[in-house]
Design a binder for this molecule. Structure first.
Ligand code: NAD
Length: 343
C-alpha cells in the first residue's frame, strides 16, 4: 500500500511531539492540520511545512484528501471529532483521556464499529521501551506466574506550566496520569475485576486530586497497586518514569529509577539498561514519552495497512477507562467497585 496521508486536529502542547513522530514514521505523512486557534495553527504549519490549514474540523473533513485523522485536542472535543471522522468514514486516532464519561467512550467505539473505521486511543505509555522490556521478561517466563505488582509514578514535577488546564479540572491525576499507569497494569497483569481507590489533594492551588492509591484485583488472581502522585518531592526527580515491581512464582522483576531492569530468579539476578532512545527531536526528561509516541504511531500505520486491530483500540481502551471511572467512584464512596458490572 502506498504512503498513507493523515490530518492532525489540535496543534497544542503535545501535538508537537506527534508531528515530529509523524516525520519519522514509515508509511505515513501529515498533509493537513486543524486548530481553532489561528496562532497555534500558524506555528505548527510553519514549523512542519504544512500548507493545508483549517480552523474547523467540518471544513477539514469536507475537503478530505486524507486516509486517517489524528485527534490531539483535549477531552472536551474528542467525542464530536471521533463521530465526525466516523461520518466521513475516516479511521481515527484519539488522544487520551478517550472521553468525558465511559458512556461517551462506549458510544464512540460503537459509532466507529458501525461505520467500519478503525479507532485507536493514543495510550502510549505501554509502548515505552522499559515497559515493553518488563512485558517481554514476563512473556519469556523469567519469573513464572506473576501474583503481585506495583505500578508507581511519584513526582514533584511542575506539569501545570506546560498544561495549565490540568490545574483547573475537578479531576486531575487519575484522569490525566493514573490512566496511563492503570493501562500499564492491565497490559502487564491482565484485565481487572475490582478496583478500590483513595485520593488526596496536597497542592491547594489546583482543583483536582494530585495523589491516588489504587488497589486492583486482576481476573487471573494477581493483585496490584497503582500509586501516582504529583506532590512527591524526591532527591532525584524521576519524572516521567513509571517504576514497576512484579513478584512471580519463580522470581521478581524490578524496573528502577534510571531505567534499570532487574530480573531475579533461580539463575541469579541480571540487570539490564532499558533506557529509551533519545530521538533527534526529543529532549530529556521527556524522551521516554516521545519515543513511545513514535512507537504507537508506527503501530497505527502498520496495523491499518494489515487491516488488524490496534493494541490500544477504542474497544481495548474501554477497559482502561472503566478503571478510571471505577477509581473515582471508589474514592468518592469508600467502596470497592465491580469493574465487570461497568462494562
Ligand atoms: P493543548 O490545550 O495545549 O492543545 C489542544 C489544542 O487543541 C489547542 O491548540 C486547541 O485550540 C485545539 N482544539 C481544541 N478543541 C478543538 C476543536 N474542536 N477543533 C480544533 N482545535 C481544537 O492541550 P495538550 O496539552 O496538547 O493536550 C492535548 C491532549 O493530549 C489532552 O487530551 C492530553 O491529555 C493529551 N496528552 C497526552 C500525553 C501522552 O503522553 N499521551 C501527554 C500530554 C498530553
Amino acid at each position: 500500500m502506498s504512503e498513507l496521508k493523515g490530518a492532525l486536529i489540535g496543534c497544542g502542547f503535545f501535538a508537537i511531539n506527534q508531528m515530529h513522530a509523524w516525520n519519522d514514521v514509515d508509511g505515513a505523512r501529515i498533509v493537513a492540520i486543524c486548530d481553532r486557534d489561528p496562532a497555534r495553527l500558524k506555528v505548527v504549519g510553519e514549523q512542519f511545512g504544512i500548507d493545508r490549514r483549517y480552523g474547523d474540523g467540518e471544513a477539514l473533513f469536507a475537503d478530505g484528501g486524507f486516509d486517517f485523522v489524528d485527534i490531539a485536542t483535549t477531552v472536551e472535543s474528542h467525542r464530536a471529532l471521533v463521530e465526525m471522522a466516523a461520518r466521513h468514514k475516516v479511521p481515527a486516532i484519539c488522544q487520551k483521556p478517550f472521553a468525558k464519561t465511559l458512556s461517551d467512550a462506549r458510544i464512540m467505539v460503537e459509532t466507529c464499529r458501525k461505520a467500519g473505521v478503525a479507532l485507536m486511543v493514543h495510550e502510549n505509555f505501554r509502548w515505552q521501551t522499559p515497559i515493553q522490556a518488563v512485558r517481554k521478561a514476563l512473556e519469556v517466563g523469567a519469573i513464572g506466574t506473576p501474583f503481585w505488582g506495583r505500578i508507581s509514578f511519584r513526582s514533584g514535577y511542575d506539569v501545570f506550566s506546560g498544561q495549565p488546564y490540568l490545574a483547573e479540572g475537578e479531576r486531575f491525576i487519575i484522569e490525566d496520569l493514573g490512566i496511563h499507569a492503570l493501562d500499564i497494569a492491565r497490559y502487564i497483569l491482565g484485565d481487572v475485576s475490582a478496583v478500590t481507590a483513595r485520593t488526596k489533594r496536597v497542592n491547594q492551588k489546583i482543583k483536582g486530586e494530585d495523589v491516588a492509591t489504587i488497589l486492583l484485583d486482576h481476573k487471573n488472581g494477581a493483585t496490584s497497586v497503582v500509586d501516582v502522585s504529583y506532590a512527591t518531592k524526591l532527591s532525584t526527580e524521576p519524572f516521567p518514569e513509571t517504576l514497576v515491581e512484579i513478584d512471580g512464582s519463580e522470581g521478581t522483576i524490578r524496573l528502577t529509577q534510571g531505567y534499570g531492569l532487574k530480573v531475579t530468579n533461580a539463575q541469579g539476578t541480571t540487570t539490564t539498561n532499558v533506557s529509551p532512545k533519545l530521538l533527534p527531536w526529543a529532549s530529556r526528561p521527556w524522551h521516554n514519552i516521545q519515543e513511545s509516541v513514535y512507537a504507537i504511531q508506527q503501530h497505527w500505520v502498520d496495523q491499518l495497512k494489515r487491516g488488524m486491530e490496534h493494541s490500544t483500540s477504542g474497544a481495548d481502551n474501554l477497559r482502561t477507562f472503566a478503571l478510571v471511572e471505577g477509581a473515582y467512584e471508589s474514592a468518592a464512596t469508600g467502596q470497592t467497585i465491580d469493574v465487570g458490572a461497568m462494562l
